[in-house]
Design a protein around this ligand. Structure first.
Ligand code: DAH
Length: 329
């Protein structure tokens, strides 16, 4: 015959085995161990039990109570662990969700072309030098043999800061600064921003130039032509036609403007740069003897170069920075 403990356990075991969560555990605790619960009912029966069996019955009830308590507390632990696990899962990373896309930036088209040009010049032995964007009128004009009456000096064409200071209108003042601080022979380029009161499909109020200067004892316009043709063809392609057209600049003599044929079925020419042989007065201004030293110089528009390279016909696209436009390159 089964003992009393086993019989009592049998009657509640099934209930305990079916518990599925903490709430059910709590309900079971109340219904088995609570004030009006199963065990209390059993204890009440004690008084009806013959005295000689009462002690054994009481012992069995206490055993059952202990066992139920231990089953319930291990269930509580089990469900709490499960709950913690599922919470951790909720918080954890779902590797199947597509990640937030971060746009990767890159150099602006103009910067790319500028760097490309600089590399070509460096391969030809030119060195990079720099000058200030806020310039004295002396460096921007006078030292470059550009007298008071020259139209470039007009208030309407130039951003003056005060009577003697302005936003440089070209990179040519770097020529003067370089020749003042270094001895020839020289082969330098100077890339940088320049400013003018201009705004239309082929002019910007702020744009980039690369200035070039070569000073030596024997330099001719043939060196100038060869250098420029090499750079233009390296950057734009061998198929480009380059045209040298006589022109006037106060700081060169003779002077030329260089045009390049438009690409891809577009007809016509675009002026790309001004150049020439350094004017004897400019050499004198920096203390060089024109009978001993000669040189060529040029100033090239970088946005113009980009227009030619990619067939862009409005220069204002470059600083507009529309991503749709920039992404094309
Ligand atoms: N500075 C001129 C301009 O911005 C371009 C130029 C012409 C530069 C002739 C030169 C040069 O160095 O020799 O229009």
């Amino acid at each position: 015959m089964k003992n009393i403990r086993d019989m009592l356990m049998d009657s509640i075991k099934e209930k305990l085995e079916k518990l599925e969560n903490l709430e059910e555990v709590e309900k079971a605790r109340i219904s088995i161990l609570g004030k009006k619960g199963f065990l209390k009912e059993q204890f009440k029966k004690m008084k009806d039990i013959p005295p000689q069996e009462r002690a054994e019955f009481g012992k069995a009830l206490n055993l059952v109570k202990e066992e139920v308590e231990s089953i319930l507390s291990s269930k509580i632990e089990e469900f709490k662990a499960l709950q913690a696990k599922s919470k951790a899962l909720e918080r954890s990373v779902d590797l199947t969700i597509p990640g937030a896309k971060r746009a990767v930036g890159r150099l602006h088209l103009i910067t790319q072309i500028l760097q490309e040009c600089v590399e070509v010049f460096e391969r030809m032995g030119f060195e990079v030098v720099e000058g200030p964007e806020i310039e004295n009128t002396y460096y921007n004009f006078e030292a470059l043999n550009t007298p008071e009456w020259h139209p470039a000096r007009d208030l309407h064409d130039t951003f003056y800061i005060d009577e003697n200071k302005l936003l440089r209108t070209h990179t040519s003042p770097v020529q003067i600064r370089t020749m003042e601080s270094r001895k020839p022979p020289l082969r330098v380029i100077s890339p940088g921003r320049v400013y003018r009161k201009d705004y239309d499909a082929s002019h910007l109020p702020a744009f980039f130039q690369i200035e070039g200067l070569a000073i030596d004892r024997e330099i001719s316009i043939a060196d100038l032509k060869g250098t420029l043709e090499n750079v233009i063809k390296s950057v734009l392609g061998e198929d480009k036609k380059v045209r040298f057209r006589p022109h006037y600049f106060p700081f060169t003599e003779p002077s030329v403007e260089v045009d390049v044929s438009f690409p891809q079925g577009k007809s016509g020419w675009l002026e790309l740069l001004g150049a020439g042989m350094v004017h004897p007065n400019v050499l004198r201004n920096v203390g060089l003897n024109p009978d001993e030293w000669q040189g060529f110089a040029f100033g090239m528009g970088i946005e113009r170069l980009a227009m030619l390279k990619y067939g862009v016909d409005d220069i204002r696209e470059f600083p507009r920075n529309s991503l749709n436009f920039l992404k094309l390159f």
